[in-house]
Design a protein around this ligand. Structure first.
Ligand code: 5GP
Length: 200
């Protein structure tokens, strides 16, 4: 067990940007990283496992925990509720792990307000065209869902300047190294070439 309290990391990126793939690599690279498992009312996608990818809960169960002040934050996204259970995050931080909250922007802003010292990282796509291509390539969502997620992405990217760091996922290996460098404190300020300047 580690002696020091771990870092809380707010990790956001729009749907299809590849943040899950980056996260998988981060978990392989640094044994001190843990990913917080959220509660959601969304139905599981093929291959998703309860307790690993999400805790898939009913709307009633979700709301009961919200009423009991059991979430650090929660938000509605494309008609489903998503929330970060407080107890597990606090326990992992106490144990010294760096806890990543892979959440969307409404929840991200709630976290920033509660934890001003949070290490906030926003993963950007190289362009909106590339994002659309990746979302379609995934083949897990209907046309309607893809269209809504692209609309959400445009709104979410507007919030990226509120995050302390922005990382463009144009190259997976580089993006992983960049997030690790931020986490380990080797990068004090944002490098301009990786700010997603081409995203409007
Ligand atoms: P998906 O349905 O693609 O798994 O997730 C949709 C969005 O909800 C993603 O941006 C994801 O990061 C976000 N999300 C996942 N868990 C949480 C959570 O606990 N709270 C909030 N606010 N967003 C979440």
């Amino acid at each position: 067990m580690n002696k020091h309290k771990g870092r809380l990391v707010l990790y956001t990126g729009c749907s299809g940007v590849g943040k899950g793939t980056i996260m998988k690599r981060l978990l392989e690279r640094d044994p001190n990283i843990r990913l917080s498992v959220s509660n959601t009312t969304r139905a599981p996608r093929e291959g998703e496992v309860h307790g690993v990818h999400y805790n898939f809960v009913s709307r009633e169960a979700f709301i009961a925990l919200a009423d009991a002040d059991g979430y650090i934050e929660y938000a509605e996204y494309c008609d489903n509720l998503y929330g970060t259970p407080k107890a597990q995050v606090e326990e992992m931080l106490e144990k010294g792990y760096h806890v990543f909250l892979e959440i969307e922007v409404q929840g991200g802003l709630q976290v920033m307000a509660q934890y001003p010292d949070v290490l906030s990282i926003f993963i950007l796509p190289p362009s909106m065209e590339e994002l659309e291509k990746r979302l379609r390539g995934r083949g897990t969502e209907s046309e309607e869902v893809i269209r809504r997620r692209l609309e959400e992405a445009e709104n979410e990217i507007k919030v990226a300047p509120r995050y302390r760091y922005r990382v463009v996922n144009d190259d997976l290996d580089r993006a992983v190294e960049e997030v690790l460098a931020i986490l380990h404190g080797q990068q004090d300020s944002q490098s301009p070439q990786h700010c997603g300047d081409n995203i409007e």
